[in-house]
Design a protein. Structure first.
Length: 204
């Protein structure tokens, strides 16, 4: 009868030791043999990619479809963004853009490529109104208005005709009292000679 009791005691001791050993060592989890699906970050639905061949490294993001809308940010070359729609003419694409009002904005379509299907047409937001309305002071503007007075060309008055007087040559062959001029010259010359000779005679 002692052998069975000793055997039972030994068996109980072994079971206790085995239980203690299992509790002291961590049990490794079972590794599954099937493939676990991985979660990817690819967005579903239409999206745009900024063209790599663009002349600039970034493109402007605006609050509406047009350059007259405010610039709200930029997209880098090669960047991928979900697309939500397009303008009526298709020249602008409506994209998701967190950080702005409505978390959406617009980009110029020739600078991006659209993937994932057709885009619906989205009505554009109202055009922005300028904060300051430009007014012109008419008094100040009048100071810079220069009115050129019409210049009148001087009138040319033709001068009266030039009258050139003509003189007729008058031949006067008669001297004083009807005496010929030659006779007077000879008489005067003779008197001069006589006076000279008389003067010389007195000097001697």
């Amino acid at each position: 009868m002692r052998r069975p009791s000793a055997t039972i005691l030994v068996f109980v001791v072994l079971i206790s030791l085995f239980s203690i050993l299992n509790l002291s060592f961590p049990v490794s989890a079972q590794i599954p043999t099937v493939d676990i699906p991985t979660v990817t970050g690819t967005a579903s639905g239409p999206y745009i990619v900024v063209r790599q061949d663009a002349e600039q490294t970034q493109i402007n993001v605006r609050s509406g479809p047009g350059t007259f809308y405010d610039k709200v940010g930029v997209l880098l070359t090669g960047q991928q963004v979900p697309a939500k729609g397009k303008s009526v003419g298709g020249e602008w694409v409506y994209i998701e853009y967190p950080g702005v009002i409505g978390s959406a904005a617009w980009v110029y379509s020739p600078l991006v490529e659209v993937f994932g299907g057709a885009l619906p047409i989205v009505e554009p937001p109202p055009t922005p109104t300028p904060l300051i309305t430009a007014t012109i002071d008419p008094t100040l503007a009048a100071q810079f208005i220069v009115t050129n007075a019409p210049t009148r060309l001087p009138t040319f008055t033709e001068p009266p005709p030039l009258v050139i007087p003509t003189f007729s040559a008058v031949e006067n062959t008669q001297g004083v009292g009807g005496i010929p001029v030659g006779m007077i010259i000879l008489v005067v010359g003779g008197l001069g000679i006589l006076i000279g000779l008389f003067t010389l005679a007195q000097g001697r």
